[in-house]
Design a protein around this ligand. Sequence first.
Ligand SMILES: N[C@@H](CCC(=O)N[C@@H](CS)C(=O)NCC(=O)O)C(=O)O
Length: 326
Amino acid sequence: MSSQQNMPVIQRWANDKGEFHRQVSSFRHQVEANPGAKFPAEPNRYHLYVSLACPWAHRTLIVRALKGLEKVITVSVVDFLMLDKGWKFSTPEECPGAIPDELNHAKYLRDLYFFVEPEYTGRFTVPVLWDKKLNTIVNNESSEIIRMLNTAFDEYVPRDKQSVNFYPEHLRAAIDEVNSWVYDNINNGVYKSGFATKQGPYEENCRKVFESLDRVEGILANHEFLVSDTLTEADIRLFTTVVRFDPVYHGHFKCNLKSIEKDYPHILRWTRLMYQLPGVAQTVNMNHIKGHYYMSHKQINPNQVVPLGNGPDLSSPMVKPKNYGA
Ligand SMILES: N[C@@H](CCC(=O)N[C@@H](CS)C(=O)NCC(=O)O)C(=O)O
């Protein structure tokens, strides 16, 4: 019997069938561009708690950078190591790249969840969008946070960023469709492969990862971006998984039927293009990414040895994309 059997159900990595299931996020309030709303968009009112390792939190950092929201929304970055008590705040001396919680002076991210909801029984996940005025969690679901950052703060972003829209009305159905299979089979698919504790679920999920990467490769063979040759949130959501693929998911999560660098030339070209968009490279921290996965999941890698490779070089020269946001 695995040691997981003694853990509360919510904290187990896999169920009895050996399958990984991601919990549903609990805080789902919205920031709105409406002064009368409970959470109105205002400069310097909201704060993001993120991990540079986490692909879901990474989405929010990319949208914050591409929308020019760095001065409007402040950020704390947790230590990459996530052990028994979950995400921890460290000083940059203890963990280069970390930004401590200057706001609430929490030691662990869980302290904030318990502060807001003393009976909280879910997982203590990043990203968390925090309201500094009402001292509470607005939302901890990355797919919703990126939509708020996309438009709600437009009054406060530089003029050239106001027209950038990663979820434009006329492309919504197509974006939703791509997001749906990319989420199930790739973003979450790598986790379902890597956290499976039985051979069957591992193989089934691992194969789906590559069937869907093949599908992405087919799209990108003829298009600059995933939807309508336009940079949308579908690209941002896929990028954070792909940038982690060769250095982490290929080995650590056993997604090793193919690699991005060797087998997917069109995905590689697109990854470079995404990486070289202004502000994006600064959101990619390979030490946090590799350190987190290989050192935190001791059930997969008990000796915490971190591999040397960082995946493909993403900084080689590229042409500028034509359609940058709709
Ligand atoms: N649905 C959430 C998922 C976030 C999530 O699972 N974050 C992971 C890090 S990659 C986490 O914080 N895990 C902590 C835990 O599960 O204890 C979102 O997209 O915001």
